[in-house]
Design a protein around this ligand. Structure first.
Ligand SMILES: Nc1ncnc2c1ncn2[C@@H]1O[C@H](COP(=O)(O)OP(=O)(O)O)[C@@H](O)[C@H]1O
Ligand SMILES: [Mg+2]
Length: 372
């Protein structure tokens, strides 16, 4: 097992294109760390740098306390699973799993034991004699996992391993992978663009974005537990990226006395959490963030509301257990959540909903950082 330390890690594929800038954080021994961010932000690049498949341009990378910048991939004691399972089509499941051990000259008895254990863990026993083409997508993905597990590495690296599976199987494998990691307790770095995967699987999440050309901007926007990231997004990027439906973000102002947030004619009392920050920012522009689950119908909500808003319904999205309602307010689309299906209003109708202002988030519109 091993902790991983990224210390001002950077990568430029060419002299003028920096893809990774100034990544600094630790992944603890035994931790399940998820890198999440939009496509193209550099997640695979970081993972491949940890694996040793990409050179490191700046900074240093340590695994288990040893700087590995110049250590060959095969000497890093890691196993990587990709989105494309990359199985050998002409080999049986057994041989696919055993292959990595065979080339490392592990004793045949030991190989047999480890493959058997992995097959038990992953439910692959009935398929050991089959070729990959006779397996479903989920079974193939399990073979790819088996190949990583038998190596008994210090670190697992996963690059979007579930994105080729259909929705139902993805949910199932999400739970299986989490269970497997809890059992093996192997330090794991898991890359995904899917914020639901990040929220449900990670002990902690690192939210990444493209670093762009500005030499002061890092790819890292925030590291924290899923609930920290969801409840206290550190900046507008994280606020926008994490959560479905998306957080409402509205251009507003702090009142001159610092007690209220003003959005056109609407007054929202500043929440407990932001009292001090609002005092410092009185009279200034802010972005107020409210998640859709904190905007609801008066008879359905369990918060004491001191702010109601009225707008014209644009779209209703019935999800079965709830209905997401998007409505127009002062030219902006705002999303709220209804619980009951009876007597739903229709698009074009006016709707009045209550805002849980205690659950507000405030951001500086210029720096895009959460007010503190
Ligand atoms: N081998 C390469 N040479 C040049 N640019 C690359 C190479 N690999 C990736 N990139 C660029 O680096 C950026 C990050 O890519 P990647 O790490 O694959 O992102 P992600 O995995 O988050 O989608 C992209 O703009 C991509 O085009
Ligand atoms: Mg990628």
């Amino acid at each position: 097992m091993a902790a991983i330390t990224l210390d001002h890690l950077g990568k430029a594929y060419t002299a003028d294109v920096t893809v990774i800038r100034d990544l600094t954080f630790d992944i603890k021994d035994g931790e399940f760390m998820v890198f999440v961010g939009p496509s193209g932000c550099g997640k695979s690049t970081v993972l491949r740098m940890i694996a040793g498949l990409e050179t490191i341009t700046t900074g240093s990378l340590s695994i288990g306390g040893r700087v590995v910048n110049d250590v060959h991939p095969k000497d890093r004691d890691i196993a990587m699973v990709f989105q494309s399972y990359a199985l050998y089509p002409h080999m049986t499941v057994y041989d696919n799993i055993a292959f990595g051990l065979q080339i490392r000259k592990i004793a045949p008895d030991e190989i047999k034991k480890r493959v058997q254990e992995a097959a038990d863990t992953l439910g692959l026993n009935p398929f050991l004699d089959r070729k990959p083409k006779a397996l479903s997508g989920g079974q193939r993905q399990r073979v790819a996992l088996g190949r990583a597990i038998v190596r008994n590495p210090s670190v697992f690296l996963f690059d979007e391993p579930l994105s080729n599976l259909d929705a139902e199987l993805r949910v199932h494998m999400r739970a299986e992978l989490s269970k497997l990691q809890r059992k093996l307790k192997t330090t794991t770095v898991y890359v995904t663009h899917d914020q639901v995967e990040a929220m449900t699987m990670g002990h902690r999440i690192a939210v990444l974005r493209p670093c762009g050309a500005d030499p002061k901007v890092s790819n890292l926007t925030q590291v924290g537990t899923p609930m920290e990231i969801y409840d206290t997004p550190a900046n507008l990027f994280t606020a926008r990226f994490m959560g479905t439906p998306k957080m409402n973000l509205l251009k507003a102002k702090i009142s001159n006395d610092g007690h209220d947030v003003l959005f056109y004619g609407i007054r929202m009392q500043v929440s407990q959490q932001f009292r001090q920050a609002a005092e410092k920012h009185k009279g200034r522009d802010v972005i107020v963030g409210i998640r859709p689950e904190h905007i609801g119908a008066a008879h359905e909500v369990d918060w004491q509301s001191n702010c109601s808003i009225t707008g014209a319904i644009e779209i209703l999205e019935p999800l079965g257990h709830e209905v997401i309602v998007h409505f127009e307010l002062q030219g902006e689309t705002v999303s709220g959540r209804l619980r009951s299906h009876v007597s739903l209003p229709a698009p074009g109708d006016p709707i009045t909903l209550q805002v849980n202002t205690e659950a507000m988030h405030l951001f500086d519109p210029v720096s895009e950082q959460r007010l503190s």
